[in-house]
Design a protein around this ligand. Sequence first.
Ligand code: 5GP
Ligand code: ZN
Length: 114
Amino acid sequence: MSNNCLFCKIVRREIPSEFLYEDDNFIVFKDIHPAAPVHLLLVPKKHVRSINDLKPEDETIISGLFMLAKDMAKDQGINTSGYKLLFNVEKGGGQEIFHIHLHLIGGWKKTAYI
Ligand code: 5GP
Ligand code: ZN
């Protein structure tokens, strides 16, 4: 946990957010500025700054995020139409919130070229 981290505050429910999913290790909520009809953020409860900061013991965070992404895509009805999964890494990679998260993006009417 990190005191000043926005996503840690969301995990602690200090900032009210509607969770689409929660278990002991992860939460899922809608991105506040959606880049597509479906844009979810899959967030581990453990504070890890970015992909760069993963330790060997964090392997289950990454595997868990991808397994959860698969389930959330089906839940959102976009598993067969298709979707994108994205990690932004550090400022140059577009990361704005320095608490690791996986973007699940989809729901376009046509094929996406973004
Ligand atoms: P990043 O650029 O770090 O990969 O992604 C951070 C994402 O968090 C952005 O897409 C941004 O729109 C989203 N975001 C920032 N602040 C909030 C917030 O307070 N609530 C929610 N639901 N999303 C947020
Ligand atoms: Zn955090």
